[in-house]
Design a protein around this ligand. Structure first.
Ligand SMILES: [Zn+2]
Length: 365
């Protein structure tokens, strides 16, 4: 909440703990490269497209950034993908304001004061009931699984992967899968090796979390690929494989960790039952995104294989220190409480717009 320069937004009007701030750097050299070389756009067209570009909420707030996004706490960082120096970097600041009685009035007043010209700021509201939607999905999944047959673990994993990566034909992938394993080598995605499906640790972590959630009503604790786990054991396992670190959960208290896990899971994939009905937030997002070429850009940027350096793990994100969206911990963490919360994402694009312009000037000239 520093107000050292005029650029900084004054958030002091909000009750403490209701605003979380995220910062993501984007490499404009990489972005121009993607749009001109990989997508084959002329520089001028690329420039126009890039100006309209806004990362997804996931890209803005996740710490496992992918090209062209990255994280750095350094004073003079270099792009981890292409090595470009600081003048090629732009910064997206994202402020997540928790909706509710205590913030509604100040939020409206605050947003009204922001300049509206050329999309310097974007506001995206996130579907209020993502947790509810997740739990409904889990309920439906549970009804369709036969817990007496160990195959359900594969089935649950497949159902989860279908949500995580809807474009992949998972039925085909799973046709010969007899076992799912955590990969020691992959840092992202998955790999099929004979009858074994290897998942990157973060994907594997989510898979066992789903298994835990869907089966915990069946038995004491939950059943997972790692065997029967209590909540404590599950959390220990997720910490060990690096999943908690990766999604920025630094809390130690199991109830708090559990709440954050659910929030994260609910927010990062689309769990709505009807696949065609996209949530309001994604509708709004698709409007602000640059359409097809942007999707292509994402595809290109994420397809570079498993040996890519993932987001700098060393640089602790601001958000991990400040994240304050979680409720106070509940005494019975196993009963997740689906309290609807509306989150208002305010995306500050000013630095990005300015840098794109100056970089383009030197790029075209
Ligand atoms: Zn770069």
């Amino acid at each position: 909440m520093a107000t050292t320069t005029k650029r900084e937004l004054d958030l002091s009007g909000f009750p403490s703990g209701t605003v979380t701030e995220y910062t993501t750097l984007v490499c404009l050299a990489c972005i121009f490269d993607i749009f001109t070389k990989q997508l084959g756009l002329a520089p001028r067209t690329a420039f126009t497209e890039i100006k309209r570009h806004t990362p997804t909420l996931e890209e803005l707030t996740s710490r496992s950034a992918m090209r062209p996004y990255f994280d750095s706490e350094e004073k003079h960082p270099h792009c981890p993908y292409c090595g470009a120096a600081k003048r090629w970097h732009a910064r997206f600041n994202t402020y997540v304001i928790e909706g509710g009685k205590t913030t509604d009035a100040s939020r409206r007043a605050f947003l009204k004061k922001l300049p509206t010209a050329s999309d310097q700021f974007l506001i995206v509201e996130k579907k209020s009931d993502s947790r509810t939607v997740l739990f409904e999905w889990l309920d439906t999944l549970g009804l369709n699984l036969d817990f007496a047959d160990e195959q359900w673990l594969l089935e649950a994993t497949r159902k989860y992967l279908e949500r995580r990566e809807p474009k992949t034909n998972w039925e085909e992938v799973f046709a010969d899968v007899r076992a799912v394993r955590r990969s020691n080598r992959l840092t992202e995605g998955w790999e099929l090796d004979g009858g074994r499906l290897f998942l990157a640790p973060n994907v594997y972590g989510e898979a066992i979390l789903i298994q835990y959630l869907v089966s915990r009503a069946q038995a004491h604790g939950g059943l997972t690929l790692e065997g029967r786990l209590t909540l404590m054991e599950l959390i220990r396992r997720l910490r060990y494989i690096g999943y908690l670190d990766q999604i920025g959960i630094s809390e130690r208290e199991p109830g708090e960790v559990f709440e954050k896990l659910i929030d994260h899971l609910a927010a990062t994939h689309d769990w709505s039952s009807v696949r065609t009905s996209t949530s309001r937030s994604s509708d709004q997002l698709s409007k602000v995104r640059t359409g097809s070429s942007n999707k292509q850009a994402n595809k290109v940027s994420t397809g570079s294989g498993s040996d890519r350096v993932t987001g700098s793990k060393k640089s602790a994100k601001k958000a991990s220190k400040k994240s304050s969206i979680s409720k106070t911990s509940q005494p019975e963490p196993d009963k997740a409480i689906t309290e609807p919360v509306k989150l208002h994402y305010l995306i500050d694009r000013r630095d990005f717009l300015e840098k794109v312009k100056s970089v383009y000037a030197s790029y075209a000239g």
